[in-house]
Design a binder for this molecule. Sequence first.
Ligand code: DBV
Length: 244
Amino acid sequence: MTLYQPFLDYAIALLKERLELSPYPIPEGFERKEGTMGKGKKQEEVVTTSYGFQSPKLRQIRAAHVRGGDSLQVLNFVIFPQPTYDLPFFGADLVTLPGGHLIALDMQPLFHDAAYQQKYSEPILPIFRVYQQHLPWGGDFPEEAKPFFSPAFLWTRPQETEVVETRVLEAFKDYLQAYLNFVEKAEPITNTQRLEEILQAQRSYIHYRAEKDPARGMFTRLYGAEWTEEYIHGFLFDLERKLN
Ligand code: DBV
């Protein structure tokens, strides 16, 4: 069992229980990829597996799971709603590197006005506050990424693996449940101007994430530039291509 497997198992089970789930296509060659990291005795097999689902309100639910031994584990799990809803993105970036753990968990907002925050951030703040007591702010992160996070952004760098296995897992479960409550309640947007704004906000989020993907370096070293760019634009952040 690897560190983030219980997160993935929980998420898939909960999604199946609460949504009308169907598969989301994973382009050929990206379901599973193997490579090696390091040299000599320190060489380590690294396996990346991908998961994709969709539901009537959620355009793409996808996960990338990287397993490369105790000092390289990643679960990047994102939900992209249909752009006919004003729902935020569910974003989890759970990363373990030789230097330690790095946890980002949020309902990433499309807008920052008071009404939007009241609808999609305030209900999460009580959960956020509970976990924040034990999962302190993780410090510096890219200034230009700030517009993409909500006031309930849980950003932390736990020292202990046990904290990831317990509190971070609990936080992940609570955030995902709360997100699915939003999904359940969401009504389609009909105002054409609002629909245009939603699409614009989705595009700019996905463009940013594809452009600045912090995993680009790691994937390029493991699997080469061609595979990596195709994985990023053809699966991880694929909205632009799907609109064409
Ligand atoms: N991050 C991804 C995807 C990953 C992934 C698709 C499949 O968006 C992994 C893999 N994140 C990943 C890795 C690292 C980080 C770091 C491997 C470590 C990079 C390194 O140190 O070599 C949140 N993720 C980070 C960082 C932040 C985030 C702030 C550290 C700072 C940095 O290196 O940029 N999640 C990340 C982010 C957004 C988000 C910037 C923006 C909207 O949702």
